[in-house]
Design a protein. Structure first.
Length: 382
């Protein structure tokens, strides 16, 4: 007897997401449809069949030379070409967010008698994107015809409710990580690569974006250096448009020798990267248009037993659950004081790190997430 077929439709496949669905393979035939072959995070599909279909814009050929924003006024370039045929035999479609073209396509199929649709939502700002008429129409279509929604955080659930989605159509299931993957890492070899010796290392790993609060973190680090006797090093692992600004700020503030930027590492090396650190920084800055939505890297750091320095915004307090130290966003002195507390108190770091690791095991693991997803999926497909 064949298993029910579940198709995950995602503009960009990320293994950290897919890992939460893998335990369901004993009950479901799962495959993935995506429109992008590459992204900022390495993605293999973790052994699931991955079918890549082009978006309408990717099929334009010579028209790609025309600026997208001009052409897009006349033609929606986002829909996935061939999606209807690719999911024809599916028993359940899993899509991402309410404003995306693929979600609207799935909802339209459902309205025409197609398979049930489950929408996974990170977005935690209600009515986001609704200033764009096209995206508003997509959201209305998805809200009207999707069977159920998985909110990855309480903030995402509240946003859906504010937009009019009935509570009975929403389940809160938070994606997690496999704690075993982050339980052990090669601390010494990475620290030798960084040349940090016995310094207390504060680490951030991810995209170097303005809203991640990295320049304010560098600025707060100057106050830390003036008042702390232990050696400290700030390591920023990743790449992005803020890289130049971070380097400029570090040198202007006279701490260029204490701020180290290192490139992306392969996914299998992330546990070693985290093992080499003593504190993980998540100083995100909420804006009217964006707040931290889940923070996979933060959950990975917690699984590795790192205490987290975060800002009190978006999903960060919810994910930490009291296992980290929070500072109000946009307040340099408060951020510096919180950073100094963690850098100078080794016992506190150990206690918070142990609590963070336990929280991942109990609430933020792939196993816990898969159990919640299984319950939702079985209700939808009977």
């Amino acid at each position: 007897m064949s298993l029910p077929r579940l198709v995950i439709v995602r503009e960009q496949v990320e293994d950290r997401e897919i890992a939460n669905w893998l335990p369901l393979r004993d009950h479901l035939d799962i495959d993935v449809v995506t429109t992008r072959s590459r992204g900022p995070y390495a993605a293999s599909g973790l052994g699931l069949p991955v079918r890549r279909l082009p978006s309408r814009g990717q099929r334009l050929g010579p028209w790609e030379r025309i600026p997208r924003r001009l052409l897009d006024r006349r033609l929606d370039l986002d829909p996935v070409v061939g999606l209807e045929q690719a999911v024809r035999s599916a028993d359940l479609l899993v899509v991402n967010e309410t404003h995306l073209a693929s979600s609207a396509q799935a909802a339209a199929l459902r309205a025409g008698g197609g398979p049930p649709v489950l929408v996974v939502c990170y977005e935690n700002i209600p009515f986001r994107y609704e200033d764009d008429a096209r995206l508003l129409e997509r959201k209305r279509l998805v809200r009207a015809h999707a069977d159920h929604f998985v909110a990855l955080t309480g903030g995402a659930r509240r946003a859906l409710e504010r937009e009019g989605v009935d509570r009975g159509r929403i389940s809160t299931v938070t994606y997690g990580v496999d704690p075993v993957l982050f339980a052990r890492g090669d601390r010494d070899s990475v620290r030798r690569e960084w040349g940090v010796g016995d310094d207390v290392v504060v680490l951030y790993a991810g995209r170097l974006l303005r809203e991640k609060g990295l320049v304010p973190l560098v600025d707060a680090f100057t106050a830390l250096r003036a008042g702390v006797r232990v050696g400290t090093m700030l390591v920023l692992a990743g790449d992005g448009p803020e890289r130049g600004r971070i380097v400029e700020a570090a040198h202007a503030l006279g701490i260029g020798d204490r701020v180290k930027l290192v490139p992306w590492v392969a996914r299998e090396r992330v546990p070693h990267l985290l093992a080499a650190a003593d504190v993980y920084a998540m100083p995100s800055l909420p804006t009217p248009y964006w707040e931290e939505q889940l923070g996979f890297s933060m959950i990975e750091a917690m699984a590795a037993g790192l205490p987290v320095l975060g800002t009190d915004g978006g999903c960060i307090p919810e994910i930490l659950g009291g296992t980290g130290v929070l500072a109000p966003p946009y307040q340099r002195r408060a951020l510096a004081a919180a950073l100094e507390t963690l850098v100078t108190d080794e016992g506190l770091r150990a206690r918070l790190g142990a609590a963070a690791r336990a929280r991942v095991g109990h609430h933020l693991s792939t196993g816990v997430a898969a159990s919640g997803l299984h319950d939702v999926v079985m209700r939808l497909i009977g």
